[in-house]
Design a protein around this ligand. Structure first.
Ligand code: SF4
Length: 241
């Protein structure tokens, strides 16, 4: 479990790293893309770290949560708790349309047969619409989370020409843990129940000791990401938030 088992030694979150990340966010939100940047958050196991930093800069920053209709009730409760705690005033739940659900997944069982199609329907399509008004978006992805994220840069461009900002790209598991401790931030309630990475309920399972933090996501399949990041004009599997 990466959050508990630090692969990066005992280094602590330094004031310099925290300050540099805050400055990067402040420049992006206030100077480079004022009113034109949104943060995409799952309100998952580690999300509150970046949400807290964004709230310190501008609590009215649009925060987009993919409300797939399949989230744990605990996640929706945690979203409300975190939003109230941090004073977030612009959290937007991004949902698939009723028409598209009726067309593609009338019984709500698409995830069992074709998880990529389900993620496209319930995450990628709605998020693409929600991001349309913005020139940039902020994600909480970190390089340490898996091999596919190891090459991530703090500033990238998505296939639609929109700037993608990854302020925590270089943060380590101990940085995340230290930030939680430093600001006494509440954990997602499912973390203590064995879910170090939390997505939709049907596609998230318990993680055993020694397993990768994301081992419980789409367990038993080749799928490792929800596919809401896109390359060369296409949303692709392989780069979730
Ligand atoms: S994570 Fe599972 S339930 Fe959620 S959108 Fe993807 S396939 Fe569907």
């Amino acid at each position: 479990m990466l959050l508990e088992g630090d692969l990066y030694g005992d280094a602590r979150l330094t004031p310099e790293r925290e300050g540099k990340t805050l400055a990067f966010l402040a420049e992006s939100i206030l100077r480079d893309y004022p009113g034109r940047v949104a943060m995409v958050s799952s309100f998952g196991a580690e999300s509150i770290v970046l949400l807290d930093m964004v709230a310190r800069i501008n609590p009215n920053t649009p925060i987009l949560l993919n409300e797939t209709g399949m989230l744990f009730a605990e996640t929706l409760n945690y979203q409300r708790e975190v939003s109230a705690l941090l004073g977030l005033t612009n959290v937007q739940l991004v949902r698939p349309t009723r028409q598209r659900l009726a067309e593609e997944d009338p019984n709500g069982l698409l995830h069992r047969n074709d998880s990529d199609a389900c993620c496209n329907l319930r995450k990628s399509e709605p998020l693409r619409r929600a991001l349309a008004p913005f020139d940039a978006w902020i994600t909480g992805r970190k390089k340490f989370q898996n091999d596919k994220r190891a090459e991530m840069q703090p500033v990238e461009q998505d296939g639609a020409g929109r700037v993608k900002l990854n302020p925590l790209a270089d943060w380590t598991p101990s940085d995340i843990r230290d930030y939680f401790d430093r600001y006494d931030l509440p954990r997602h309630p499912l973390v203590s129940q064995g879910y170090p990475s939390i997505g939709c309920a049907p596609c998230t399972s318990l993680v055993l000791a020694g397993e990768d933090a994301r081992a419980g996501r789409w367990r038993g399949t080749e799928k490792t990401e929800c596919g809401i990041h896109y390359v060369e004009g296409q949303f692709i599997a392989g780069a979730g938030i």
